[in-house]
Design a binder for this molecule. Structure first.
Ligand code: NAD
Ligand code: UDP
Length: 309
């Protein structure tokens, strides 16, 4: 039985990761400040004696004894990370520093939940790990993008200088149950709007693309990366099935049999035009690739929101 710390464990991806790690027979400590996490996401897990919830902020040093650390603490939706951008950069940098110091002290292995956002508005398509990105350092997304970039830097410097056993994964758009109703990200927005027959808000003309990965696949990729000996990454974890935002809206309207109409809103500043992961490294090194297609994944997510709201 390993003692595993999941920072941001009460959030969307974190809650699924905690559940999987618990079911695999580990002791799981979920550390969260509940900025975008909810107790509801972990209430069922909290009944298990091998699960512990610690209310804390990763900007402060962490005093625990653990074997593995997954660092997910950071708001991920543009709406939430732009709410207090200074806090976002601080969370990303200080959180990375504090989990790395803890990993050094405990001789633990530590994984950073990095992001496709480090590629910015990419000039290479699809994005492979060797691409260095096209990020606006001073725009409204920079607090998140640059915070995540410097966290990667810190991880690799702790590996080189202090011999910490690190892992870095770059997660592409992930969706599924446990997203917040007011999360602001596209899949949850469209499903909630469609279920209430409200207008579906397309930002820009909807021709921008994303590639959506179901959360259970993302979690499998995270654990595969953590447990692969001698492999640090960075590695892309995502589903290469690319679609336009307009296609996604139409698919969700059809699946929910909604009467919603499409309305068009201004495209947010620096919104990436295209995004699709090249996952050949993950396939080769981890034997990992997504198993759940967009149809199956959306059905499960729609079911979740239908039962909840
Ligand atoms: P989320 O917002 O649902 O979860 C983030 C969790 O971190 C929340 O529970 C929040 O309360 C917690 N948190 C935030 N600031 C904190 C702090 N200072 N101290 C302690 N806890 C804090 O987001 P998510 O989608 O579950 O994303 C999890 C991680 O994966 C994030 O680091 C995100 O950057 C990364 N990621 C997610 C996606 C995606 O599509 N969901 C894509 C790329 C990267
Ligand atoms: N988007 C949209 N309507 C919404 C929410 C998002 O058209 O109600 C668009 C957004 O502009 C972006 C894409 O959907 O082009 C994905 O947005 P999200 O916030 O989910 O993630 P990210 O931009 O970080 O990939």
């Amino acid at each position: 039985m390993k003692r595993i710390l999941v920072t941001g464990g009460a959030g969307f991806i974190g809650s699924h990761l905690c559940r999987r790690l618990l079911h695999e027979g580990n002791k799981v400590i979920c550390l969260d400040n509940m900025f975008t996490g909810t107790y509801e996401n972990i209430s069922e897990l909290d009944r298990d004696p091998n699960f512990e919830y610690v209310h804390a902020d990763v900007i402060h040093p962490i005093q625990l004894e653990v074997d593995r650390i997954y660092n997910l603490a950071c708001p991920a939706s543009p709406v939430h990370y732009q709410y207090d951008p200074i806090m976002t950069t601080k969370t990303s940098f200080m959180g990375a520093l504090n989990v790395l110091e803890l990993a050094k002290k405990c001789n633990a292995r530590v994984l950073q939940a990095s992001t496709s956002e480090i590629y910015g508005d990419p000039l290479m398509h699809p994005q492979s790990e060797s691409y260095r990105g096209n990020v606006n350092t001073i725009g409204p997304r920079a607090c998140y993008d640059e915070g995540k970039r410097v966290a990667e830097t810190l991880f690799f410097d702790f590996k080189r200088r202090r011999h910490v056993d690190i892992r870095v994964i770059r997660i592409f758009n992930t969706y599924g149950p446990n997203m917040l109703e007011n999360d602001g990200r596209v899949v949850s927005n469209f499903i909630v709007q469609a279920l209430h027959n409200r207008d579906i808000t397309i930002y820009g003309d909807g021709s921008q693309t994303r590639s959506f990965c179901y959360v259970e696949d993302t979690v499998s990729g995270m654990i595969a990366t953590m447990e692969k000996d001698g492999f640090t990454g960075p590695v892309n974890i995502g589903n290469p099935c690319e679609m336009t935002i307009l296609e996604l809206a139409k698919l969700i309207i059809r699946k929910t049999e909604s009467e919603s109409k499409l309305i068009y809103r201004e495209l947010p500043v620096d919104d990436p035009i295209k995004r699709k992961p090249d996952i050949s490294l993950a396939k080769r090194e981890l034997g990992w690739e997504p198993q759940i297609g967009i149809d199956e994944g959306l059905d499960a997510t729609i079911e979740y929101f239908r039962s909840k709201y």
